[in-house]
Design a protein around this ligand. Structure first.
Ligand code: BG6
Length: 369
């Protein structure tokens, strides 16, 4: 069943071009307009939404954080992202005009399910972004937008993450279409860019050997830091989570802008730091600020492992290793930039002789609170 791959995780990481393509499939009409009738929510309700709250746990919550940047930009609706177990026990401000988006691969995570129930009790509309058909969360939600990643067997999530981000982008574009916050041409353009993503992911996967080599050199590492900014911030968090889950290495993700407010104190000679660099074609200042961050940590002896866009030569003087990923519009970049980090975690765990499909102490779906 592993289809010639070393593990389910390896297979699932390599399945990602399909997970994204299949999640996009069949969701536009012949005029290129998004058709999400499958969610069966009254359009009038969606037009009135004045706040979106994403609730999820683990990797799914990072998918929500990526979506926040895109949905706020496209729809001009405020988006909050909250861990389901925190949301549930606060006194969240939720009403009929709130759209709660529950993101879950399994559709069975109890913390997320409790958040769904809590939100519905307060009158919110709940839309589930879920991978597993017939699971509990979609049954208890008002609507469901399925990710079409196919079954995910490895405990730590990879292809479901990319499919969740893709589905959340579709939701954002759909809301923008309904509410007229983006012109149809602009939406069609993003959809065209999204359809180009699977081939770009494949390009990253084709470079997996190099990631493997570097991960093998680093098999003795005891701590790795990850920095990112804007959509690269949740990517950094996810890179750190994968490394904890698979390789049992202490790893932390930070917003790059936060570096000088604390984390820079952690930098000592030899400390490996991954940096997810924003595209130089995006906001100029963002790119140059992250380059300065790389210089700052390098000056303090950090070993810098940089994820950058092809053609970005500004990073090379300060990078010990550079992983280039294909050029991608800023808001969609996480779909490609996270892939080297997933590969890195898997390869490092493999170098340590660990079972990447069944990490210790973790379960694929946690059905207790
Ligand atoms: C954790 C899994 O227990 O639950 C993670 O180990 C996952 O991989 C998280 O991201 C959330 O699970 P789900 O099924 O709700 O997406």
């Amino acid at each position: 069943e592993k289809g010639g791959f070393r593990s389910f995780m390896d297979k699932e990481i390599h399945d990602q071009p399909h997970a994204v393509a299949d999640t996009l499939l069949g969701r536009t009409d012949d005029k290129g307009r998004l058709v999400l009738d499958e969610i069966h929510v009254d359009e009038a309700v969606l037009r009135q939404v004045d706040k979106i709250i994403v609730v999820a746990c683990g990797t799914a919550a990072y998918a929500g954080q990526v979506a926040k940047y895109a949905i706020e930009h496209w729809c001009r609706i405020p988006v909050e992202v909250e861990l389901a177990h925190e949301f549930r026990y606060r006194d969240p401000i939720v009403d009929r005009r709130t759209l709660v988006v529950a993101v879950s691969q399994s559709g069975e995570t109890m913390d997320t399910l409790m958040a769904v129930r809590h939100a519905r009790e307060q009158g919110a509309t709940v839309l589930a972004i879920v991978n597993t058909h017939g699971s509990t969360i979609p049954r208890e939600s008002d609507a469901v937008l399925y990710t079409h990643a196919g079954p995910e067997v490895a405990v730590a999530s990879t292809k479901a993450f990319l499919a969740q981000i893709t589905a959340a982008y579709l939701l954002g574009l759909y809301l923008a279409q309904l509410r007229g916050t983006k012109f149809p041409d602009e939406i069609a353009e993003v959809l065209t860019e999204l359809r180009a993503i699977p081939a770009k992911i494949q390009t990253v996967l084709d470079g997996a050997d190099r990631v493997r080599q570097i991960a093998h050199w680093m098999a003795d590492t005891s701590s790795v830091l990850f920095l990112g900014r804007h959509v690269g911030y949740p990517v950094a968090m996810e890179g750190a989570l994968k490394l904890k889950e698979l390789a049992y290495i202490h790893a932390e993700g930070f917003a790059a802008g936060e570096l000088k407010h604390g984390p820079i104190a952690l930098i000592e000679p030899g400390q490996p730091v991954f940096v997810v660099v924003p595209s130089p074609r995006g906001r100029d200042s963002l790119h140059s600020k992250v380059i300065s961050n790389i210089q700052e940590i390098r000056a303090r002896g950090a070993r810098t492992l940089v994820i950058a866009e092809e053609g970005d030569e500004a990073v090379t003087p300060f990078a010990d290793e550079t992983f280039y990923v294909p050029q991608t519009p800023v808001l969609l970049a996480p779909l490609v930039s996270v892939v080297p980090l997933q590969l890195f975690a898997m390869e490092l765990a493999t170098a340590k002789g660990l079972d990447v499909d069944q990490p210790r102490n973790l379960a694929k779906s946690v059905t207790v609170e």
